[in-house]
Design a protein. Structure first.
Length: 216
């Protein structure tokens, strides 16, 4: 049985929409990292090289666009974690995930926390991502590579802090500086490198999630 022209056309449109989503997501990460949650959609459209009318035709509102971008970013990070779990060396898998998530600018949409309504789909994606990171953490601990007092939410916050300013060009000085500081931070996660206990209790899921409760 051969595929119909309508089916091929529909799949072609879906593939094009997915590519456009990634372009808009990259633009949004740069814009919201620089300007915060109050950045206008027009700035995202301009950075992405698309018309603002086309964005609104597809998403309907700024909040709908932002929710879609957050969901897309969470799924992208989860895919990176899934890939990391296939790496034979547990330490390389964990640190590879962290580097990938930071390079993606995973934390750059953090300014949107509390500024938009969240959806069950977003919460499901968020928790799935944390489950995968927990698997990476436990695997690295079992291998004796990760210090015992590090939690999955420590990793989540680390990724957010380093990725909060958005993705940067590999040839830029900012990229070099970020990689240097990230290498220092990753060394601090290693088992056997501990010189003092961590100065505060581990972050909780309640704290992590409460930031996304919309502020009135």
């Amino acid at each position: 049985m051969t595929e119909s022209g309508d089916t091929r056309s529909r799949r072609g449109r879906q593939a094009e929409a997915a590519r456009n989503d990634l372009v808009v997501l990259a633009a949004a990460r740069e814009v919201f990292a620089a300007l915060g949650a109050e950045a206008p959609v027009s700035a995202v459209a301009e950075r992405a090289g698309v018309g603002i009318g086309s964005l609104y035709r597809r998403y309907g509102s700024k909040d709908e666009l932002l929710r879609h971008l957050c969901l897309l970013a969470m799924r992208q990070a989860a895919a990176a974690a899934e890939d990391a779990l296939t790496v034979a060396d547990a330490w390389e898998g964990l640190t590879g995930y962290i580097r990938t998530a930071v390079a993606q600018g995973t934390g750059s949409l953090a300014p949107l926390a509390g500024a938009i309504d969240t959806t069950p789909e977003m919460w499901e994606a968020s928790r799935r991502g944390r489950e995968l990171v927990a698997m990476l953490v436990e695997r690295a601990k079992a291998a004796g590579a990760l210090r015992a007092d590090v939690t999955p939410l420590d990793i989540a916050h680390l990724v957010e802090m380093f990725g909060r300013i958005g993705p940067v060009r590999p040839e830029s000085e900012e990229y070099v500086v970020r990689q240097r500081l990230l290498a220092i931070a990753l060394d601090g996660l290693r088992s056997g490198m501990v010189t003092a206990p961590l100065p505060a209790p581990a972050p909780t899921a309640e704290y992590y999630e409460h930031r996304w409760a919309r502020r009135s």
